[in-house]
Design a protein around this ligand. Structure first.
Ligand SMILES: [Zn+2]
Length: 274
């Protein structure tokens, strides 16, 4: 540690200017050590930010010491969800005060668009750029992450405007583990759903990508919506509350002192500050 600090203090500024990674962060088998020398990272995000998270998932977050993250529509804060055709249509969305309470417990927020329509070249200015400002004014906080709504087809048009809008990162639903070298503007997320669509019908797996994250020194960002007791709102889009607990139990038991349980904004700021 002492040696690492000396190296960092001697030329830290020059290294940061050059965009290079300090040598002391690659101490374990060539893999970067994350904050506090943790070897991998676990995060979880909830698209739409349903209020029912407070009655269900929140207690598991408190029990396992894992911070959460909600991806909110700029036009739908503290009102029932208005996205006809969505499995979550009509469900109450967290209010400014509720999001503020969660932030005090370490939760974070990202912008999930303005109205949840697919992002196109024609609406990207409104759905990605303007949405950021609207959500920031509504919540009174800075928003640094854009979360692609719907499908990854919305990703390319969102990417084209996201940097100019001031986003530091984009979360997609490409299912994979991130690494310290991943493109922050194309972060992958891992769906932890009760059952996958045909033709695979893959069953829920509480161990999903954990071994891969350990071997790669990677960063898992789980993705679901609003886990409910007994039955998922939609088996392709969510897990149950019981499955969420299985996941948290597996992450914390296998991860032990090696896993950094982190909110995505924290991880992004950490990577950008190296
Ligand atoms: Zn969504």
């Amino acid at each position: 540690m002492r040696k690492g600090k000396r190296i960092a203090s001697r030329s830290g500024l020059e290294r940061r200017r050059a965009g290079r990674t300090p040598r002391n962060t690659f101490a374990r088998g060539g893999k970067m050590l994350w904050k506090d020398d943790r070897s991998w990272v676990y995060s979880i995000t909830y698209d739409e930010g349903c209020r029912a998270l407070l009655d269900n998932a929140l207690k598991l977050h408190r029990r396992y010491g894992i911070p959460g993250h909600v991806c909110l529509l700029a036009d739908q804060v503290g009102v029932p969800r208005n996205v006809p055709g969505s499995s979550y249509d009509g469900m109450m969305i967290l209010s400014k005060e509720e999001v503020g309470m969660l932030s005090k417990e370490g939760w974070g927020v990202s912008c999930h668009g303005k109205t949840h329509v697919a992002i196109t070249e024609d609406n990207a200015e409104e759905e990605v750029v303007e949405a950021k400002g609207i959500l920031e004014r509504k919540l009174g906080t800075t928003i640094s992450i854009f979360c692609v709504p719907g499908s990854n087809e919305s990703y390319p048009p969102a990417l084209r405007v996201a940097g100019r809008a001031g986003y530091k990162a984009i979360m997609t639903i490409y299912d994979d583990v991130n690494t310290p070298r991943s493109d922050l503007m194309r972060l992958r997320r891992v769906p932890i759903h009760s059952e996958f669509p045909p033709p695979f019908y893959s069953a829920f797996d509480p161990y999903k990508r954990i071994h891969q994250a350990i071997d790669k020194g990677g960063w898992i960002i789980d993705y679901c919506h609003c886990p409910m007791p007994g039955k998922p709102v939609h088996p392709w889009k969510d897990c149950t509350l019981e499955e969420l607990e299985e996941r948290f139990e597996a992450v914390t038991r296998i991860g032990g002192d090696e896993v950094w349980l982190a909110e995505p904004n924290q991880v992004i700021d950490y990577l950008l500050s190296r």
